[in-house]
Design a binder for this molecule. Structure first.
Ligand code: NAD
Ligand code: USQ
Length: 404
């Protein structure tokens, strides 16, 4: 193997749960390329959601089996594969005992806010899948791999949009003459984002109670598609979601611009969030693994590199589109969500920089390449999937497919 005996970080065995998804696939390849021993654990449920809702990635994606065969053919590196649901503890126990991870990176959740707001059944699925999956991972670490470091994907959305600065996980408060450092208040605004809050509480408790070592990566909205590894071959291409359920803001705007659909700014467009390039997602996860939390420590990093409002993103994509000769319009769509549309937002994000993160800031060249990527796959775009179809207020009780 290519484990270097002089660099202990590189001999680590890393289990990537959710390794067939957008962030997980890019991360699994990056870690494998860097010499980590990698195993992907995934139930493939994300591919099933696409079938059920009639959605598809902008980019054609190969099966996980072909992806891994291609990776092996190109690099000579093996990524182990365990197909199964982490809510099934027997399955998870077997994968732990078979692979013996030193670190677990947990991406394996239902991650769409709109999906969690379709109806009661999807809300319940999201919280069961996410909260129980994470609880199972905590129990597996306690029972089988006590030293294993949990790197858990959280979300900036756990904090909501408070009218004060957002700190990294904790805030020091003086109250009636006494002072304490406490978990930063959580104000999530979808059943999905709330599932992450519940996860954070469960992880914090098990760090205290059992001495688990954990890092919660409160990630902002991810954009981009290419990483060094996924660009090596078309069978390694990552997924890129642009539909109203799984597509996220900047990725959606680039696809919309490519196909001549007006950019869909929800409401007033002052909604401000933290954003990062997928090339920084993989870098941040590697930094967290290489610098593990101490036993019993519950570490929280805010994982994003820049803040933008939706209006600012629309303006950037309009300008970049014009340079490529695209006529980019913007419309204000009645906001399907319940969220502040004009608000203060200032979130700290220094801890990953201190560990060595070198951010890829949003640039004209990135926008050019994303737009060109969208133009390349233009014929695959189903414009009927672009407008949002899930309403926070009109959430259904019965399972239904998303109306066309
Ligand atoms: P994704 O849906 O593309 O990938 C998630 C993967 O997890 C899928 O392959 C799915 O099949 C798998 N999975 C889900 N439940 C599982 C289970 N019970 N057992 C095994 N596998 C399971 O999502 P993504 O965009 O790659 O996001 C990954 C993680 O990062 C999520 O936890 C998400 O909340 C977080 N995150 C994503 C973004 C973003 O912009 N994409 C931003 C912040 C945080
Ligand atoms: N928005 C628009 N127009 C669109 C799409 C989105 O105005 O066409 C707005 C939304 O109303 C929201 C903001 O853009 O105010 C971000 O929405 P999003 O869909 O890009 O992101 P979000 O729902 O918050 O979820 C995504 C990922 C989720 C992750 C989260 C990080 O799907 O897994 O947790 O980003 S964060 O936003 O920091 O919580």
């Amino acid at each position: 193997s290519d484990r270097s005996p002089n660099d202990s970080s590189k001999s680590q065995r890393v289990m990537v749960i959710g390794g067939d998804g957008y962030c997980g696939w890019a991360t699994a390849l990056h870690l494998s390329n860097k010499g980590y021993e990698v195993a992907i654990v995934d139930s493939l449920v994300r591919r099933l959601f696409d079938h059920q809702l009639g959605l598809d990635s902008l980019t054609p994606i190969s099966s996980i089996h072909n992806r891994l065969r291609c990776w092996k053919a190109i690099t000579g590196k093996t990524i182990e594969l365990y197909i199964g649901d982490i809510c099934d503890f027997e399955f998870l126990s077997e994968t732990f005992n078979s692979f013996e991870p030193d670190a677990v990176v947990h991406f394996g959740e239902q991650r769409s806010a709109p999906y969690s707001m379709i109806d009661r059944s999807r809300a319940v699925f999201t919280q069961k899948n996410n909260v129980i999956g994470t609880l199972n991972v905590l129990f597996a670490i306690k029972e089988f791999r006590e030293e294993c470091h949990l790197v858990k994907l959280g979300t900036m959305g756990e904090y909501g949009t408070p009218n004060i600065d957002i700190e990294e996980g904790y805030i020091t408060i003086s109250h009636n003459g006494r002072t304490d450092t406490l978990p930063y208040p959580k104000q999530a605004s979808s059943f999905y984002h709330l599932s992450k809050v519940h996860d954070s509480n469960n992880i914090a408790f098990t760090c205290k109670a059992w001495g688990i070592r954990a890092t919660d990566l409160n990630q902002g909205v991810v954009y981009g598609v290419k990483t060094d590894e996924t660009s090596m071959h078309e069978q390694l291409y990552n997924r890129l979601d642009y539909d109203g359920v799984f597509g996220t803001a900047l990725n959606r705007f680039c696809v919309q611009a490519a196909v001549g659909h007006p950019l869909t700014v929800y409401g007033k467009g002052g909604q401000t969030r933290g954003y990062l390039d997928i090339r920084d997602t993989v870098q941040c996860v590697e930094l967290a693994i290489a610098n593990p939390a101490k036993p019993g420590e519950f570490r929280v990093f805010n994982q994003f590199t820049e803040q933008f409002s939706v209006n600012e993103l629309a303006a950037l994509v309009t300008k970049a589109g014009q340079k490529l000769g695209l006529d980019v319009q913007t419309i204000s769509v009645p906001n399907p969500r319940v969220e502040a549309e004009e608000h203060y937002y200032n979130a700290k994000h220094t801890k990953l920089i201190e560990l060595g993160l070198k951010p890829h800031l949003l640039s004209d060249s990135l926008l050019d390449s994303l737009l060109n990527f969208a133009i390349e796959f233009k014929d695959r775009i189903d414009t009927k999937q672009i407008m949002p179809s899930v309403s926070w207020k009109k959430i259904g009780v019965k399972p239904q497919t998303v109306p066309a």
